[in-house]
Write a protein that binds this ligand. Structure first.
Ligand code: BDR
Ligand code: CA
Length: 314
């Protein structure tokens, strides 16, 4: 069975990514590494543990990672994050406390150890800022290069950003980290707003979960209803909430869900377009690109997989 690590800033769609991974027999979720982003990194650890507990997989280890961006010394949660994901990051649904798995290894060391151990049998899916990956690159790129693939949720190539006209939230948190990743030569697939804004979930969908009647199904319905409500305010032109993070997991498992475009990327780090992901003019003739940008998605097929996999788990 192929191994997967999720690198999360556990908010609501990150929690959906956990459920998608656990509901997928093709892969084994061997660990979760945590980031700041939607919440503080300590809260991300707690949220992941509580979600794993709710989904009856409490033994999956959760590792604490970066608490702030590479070029910063601390981090505070943006008001917009709390608005979209709730004060606790997972829709204020009052999850039961989980017994911590007590991991002492850092997120970065766990990522590197896993690359060493599993090599091409390992996929890393990163759906928060790219800081943990950047720290792993800085610490030991040759070991990270053993990884099978890295799939990220972040960026926007063909559409506007969601925190500024240019920047998507995960890249915006740490543009320098994203830039390091894109220039590292690692095999990266970018699942950005280009595709995630085309995969939407509605209250009619969460009603189906609620009807399952289990505690997990009801909590997931409550959590995603919170997210949908926030989208009604922040993105009234969309009919539902975007399934950003679970789409990245789905693409990692089944790349045929998307059409990709090979392109060497750069991240703008200065000026009003800070956080923008765009083709790197300095590497246009470099034919060795290892970055694939998702530009189209088979929405009906993905939504069907999403509902089936998570519905069975709940
Ligand atoms: C991304 O930003 C975060 O708020 C979400 O969890 C997702 O990973 C969407 O831009
Ligand atoms: Ca996320």
């Amino acid at each position: 069975q192929h191994k997967m690590i999720l690198d999360l800033d556990t908010g609501i769609d990150d929690a959906l990514a956990i459920a998608y991974a656990l509901g997928s027999p093709e892969i084994e979720l061997i660990g979760i590494t945590s980031e700041y982003g939607n919440v503080l990194t300590e809260r991300s650890v707690v949220n992941s543990q509580q979600i794993l507990n709710l989904l009856q997989h409490p033994a999956v280890p959760v590792y604490q990672g970066a608490g702030h961006a590479l070029n910063q010394s601390d981090f505070s949660v943006l008001p917009i994050s709390a608005e979209i994901h709730g004060q606790d990051g997972v829709g204020d649904i009052h999850l039961q406390q989980a017994v911590p798995t007590g991991e002492t290894e850092s997120a970065v060391d766990f990522l590197l150890t896993a690359c060493q151990q599993y090599g091409s049998d390992l996929t890393i899916v990163a759906t928060g800022p790219m800081t943990n990956l950047a720290l792993a690159i800085q610490k030991d790129l040759p070991t990270l290069q053993k990884v099978g693939q890295i799939v990220i949720m972040g960026g926007a190539l063909t559409v506007a950003g969601n925190v500024s006209p240019f920047a998507e939230a995960n890249i915006n948190q740490d543009p320098e980290a994203a830039d390091l990743l894109f220039k590292s030569g690692l095999p990266v697939t970018m699942v950005g707003l280009d595709v995630t804004l085309r995969t939407l979930f509605t209250k009619a969908d969460t009603a189906e979960w609620r009807a399952i009647g289990t505690e997990a199904a009801i909590k997931y319905a409550d959590m995603v209803d919170y997210y949908i409500k926030a989208y009604e305010v922040t993105s009234p032109h969309l009919h539902g909430c975007a399934l950003h993070d679970p789409l990245a997991v789905a693409v990692a498992i089944d790349p045929s869900l998307v059409t990709t475009f090979p392109l060497n990327l750069t991240t703008e780090t200065t000026g009003p377009s800070r956080g923008r992901t765009i083709g790197d003019n300095l590497r246009l003739e470099d034919s060795t690109t290892r970055t694939q940008v998702c530009v189209q998605v088979d929405t009906p097929r993905f939504l069907n997989e999403f509902k089936t996999r998570i519905g069975q788990l709940l």
